[in-house]
Design a protein around this ligand. Structure first.
Ligand SMILES: *Cc1c(COP(=O)(O)O)cnc(C)c1O
Length: 406
């Protein structure tokens, strides 16, 4: 049942309510103003980043991938906790530039950067992870205009996959990055046109709970880069080894053994000191840094019975939290950890549905829960990443979802 899974990290008070930022959930909801809403716990966010930072070798940089959660207030908090921000659009870039992060430590990846986005990135002085030869042409023109060489790294489409990954983004034919075979050609072109070469960006995949798979991918990425060092127009400064650290979503998921990965990064950092003394290694993480610090809260509107099955209809759904409905790339639909914000002596099996007129709007399929009535709050845990910004908020024209950093 939901109670035993990873949300056991969230405690209840004596009234059976969940506690967030030292307050009862219902109190926080009153202050936020309405349901449905996402709540992100500042303290948890800070603790997660600090704990990881403490395990990472000193010389390895920790970056936050804004895509996971671009809420401006949260990005501002992250900017103070990490060494760099990675963005994937001009919109995310604006949010990153509004934070305290030094633009020199912001990088931009994405398979379809428009001319305008590239010009903007160059004007802001951030690092562009090149994903096509066209991007070079655009940046050469922008550099000619400003008299300053654009800062570039090469995003590589790796010749292997990240094993056991929830979302694979490398290996074989991909729209992301440059095929490894063409990297030498791109390095020559960067040299010929005088762009400011800074390094490599290698990102294999997302939501991985197998430390060995991540260790293996990071070592292979590192070794791939070794083969290109001779060809670099100038010594590499940054080798971004990606991330893909996953978080548990169900009881069957075992939390990631982060120690195994940070140990391996220690080995790679030692090798880098000899192999490429000018370069720093970096990892970039989204979900792992913020996913467990967020909850999604909706209120029960109605309680219905159909063929003896209980349906709790809530005021939020897939239009705010596509991932919890199982429609964001999941191979098999599994309930997110979730609970009712009160404890009842009896438990029951209930399904939780949103207000949308589609069977896809299912937040829980026959979960064992405390008995809820209209007015009760439903809490979906592990919702700090790929929530609001990854959901089709216009679908069926219901009100948007609030979010608060508490
Ligand atoms: C999506 C993405 C990330 C973040 O992935 P997480 O699984 O959330 O850590 C990092 N880098 C790139 C290039 C991405 O596309």
């Amino acid at each position: 049942m939901a109670e035993a899974t990873s949300h056991a990290i969230w405690q209840r008070n004596n009234d059976g309510e969940f506690v967030i930022a030292g307050k009862a959930l219902s109190e926080v909801i009153e202050a936020v103003g309405a349901t449905p809403c996402y709540l992100y716990d500042r303290q948890r966010i800070a603790t997660r980043s600090r704990e990881l930072r403490a395990r990472l070798p000193e010389s390895v940089q920790l970056h936050y991938a804004v895509k996971a959660n671009p809420m401006p207030a949260l990005v501002c908090q992250m900017a103070a906790l990490v060494d760099g921000l990675d963005v994937a659009s001009a919109g995310e870039l604006r949010i990153a530039l509004d934070s305290s992060m030094d633009p020199a430590k912001i990088s931009f990846a994405g398979p379809g950067k428009s001319d305008r986005e590239l010009q903007q990135a160059h004007a802001a002085g951030i690092l562009v992870n090149l994903e096509s030869f066209r991007e070079i042409d655009v940046l050469v023109r922008a550099s000619a205009q400003t008299g300053k060489a654009a800062r570039v790294a090469i995003r590589v489409n790796l010749p292997f996959e990240l094993k056991a990954s929830g979302m694979k983004m490398s290996g074989g034919a991909r729209p992301f990055g440059i095929d490894a075979e063409r990297v030498p050609e791109m390095l020559d072109q960067i040299r010929d046109c005088g762009l400011a070469f800074e390094g490599f960006h290698l990102f294999a995949g997302s939501q991985n709970l197998k430390a060995e798979a991540i260790v293996d991918a990071q070592t292979r990425c590192y070794e791939l880069v070794l083969g290109w060092l001779d060809r670099c127009p100038s010594p590499a400064k940054l080798i971004n080894l990606g991330g893909g650290f996953g978080i548990p979503y169900t009881i069957r998921d075992t939390p990631l053994d982060v120690g195994a990965i940070t140990d391996n990064l220690g080995i790679l950092a030692d090798r880098a000191r000899r192999d490429m003394p000018t370069a720093k290694l970096a990892i970039e993480l989204g979900r792992y840094l913020v996913g467990e610090a967020g909850i999604y809260v909706a209120r029960v509107i109605d309680r219905k019975l159909s063929h003896d099955q209980v349906f709790l209809i809530v005021d939020g759904g897939m239009h705010h939290h596509l991932a919890a409905s199982g429609n964001l790339g999941q191979v098999m639909r599994r309930n997110y950890p979730l609970a009712i914000n009160r404890i009842t002596p009896q438990k029951e099996i209930a399904s939780i549905c949103g207000p949308l007129c589609t069977p896809l709007d299912l937040l829980a399929d026959r979960a064992e829960l405390d008995v809820a009535e209209a007015g009760d709050l439903v809490v979906i845990f592990q919702s700090g990443a790929y929530g609001r910004s990854a959901s089709p908020r216009g679908f069926l024209s219901h009100p948007d979802v609030l979010e608060a950093l508490v």
